[in-house]
Design a protein around this ligand. Sequence first.
Ligand code: NAI
Ligand code: 15L
Length: 281
Amino acid sequence: MEQDKGTPSVDGVARFGRLLLTGAAGGIGRAIRHRVAEFAERVRISDLPGVLPHDAAPHEELVPCDLANRQSVDALARDCDAIVHLGGVSVERPFEEILEANIKGVFNLYEAARRQGVKRIVFASSNHVTGFYRQDERIDATARKRPDGYYGLSKSFGEDMAQMYFDRYGIETVSIRIGSVFPEPKDRRMMASWMSYDDYHDLLRRSLFTKEVGHTIVFGMSANAHTWWDNRCAAHLGFVPRDSSEQFRDKIEATPPPSPTDPVAVLQGGAFTTTGPFDPV
Ligand code: NAI
Ligand code: 15L
């Protein structure tokens, strides 16, 4: 880590020398790629081969890598001080796909972090770790996990990897159980789960630079009028979201409502709770 040069770190912690960003070609990755430049002198940008753009900025290194390949991930993490881990399958899919990208992928990432001396990871977990809670329930990070599919299971596994690698090796992680980070909410459910890119960016900064996070689990949501999640267990991050889904309410409520018994209207995980099973053909 280098000396603080007036960059927007928190708690006076210095800026990183090199930050690794996985999943950089995805929706969130594209939105934050240029903004993470303020967190480090150099940013290593990674995604699957063939999907990264070729336009590296002077501070960027483009390194294609399949997270399922252990040797490639080990090389990817070399000389990195911190990792923002966004890469992987981001929706409910057959187990074999989830196994490769998300389960082997997160194992490879933590093993690489251990071997290469990376001390801080921000893991893109998901609200689908707790997707079977009802929308009329409010939970905090101590609530029992209730994954709503293979995807949610893989994020639950990622959180357990984070805990074990902190307890055994002192690698610190903030697992952000992201709600719905998109330009705007797409439906009524996302009025509760939506998070703006600006709020995500601020939470990312706090997750990278707050001293002594151990393994912290934080729900990633904006200051929406109605939410399902209580972030009391992550108060040390000092995260106070500024945006709200209210600005989109009229547009969302102009669309037909789902049936009140539809899982999208009942369960926090919405449609993920009923996607699959994926029987072999
Ligand atoms: P996305 O699907 O747009 O991006 C994921 C990226 O990971 C893609 O560019 C894909 O090519 C890459 N990837 C997939 N398999 C890979 C592999 N084997 N090796 C290397 N890269 C691989 O997803 P999005 O929306 O940008 O989300 C980023 C992360 O945040 C994901 O891990 C997702 O599960 C998580 N998340 C996102 C939420 C959201 O609202 N956008 C909500 C909750 C979690
Ligand atoms: C997720 O975990 C997905 O990655 C994203 O595509 C959204 O569907 C989000 O959850 C959500 O629950 O809205």
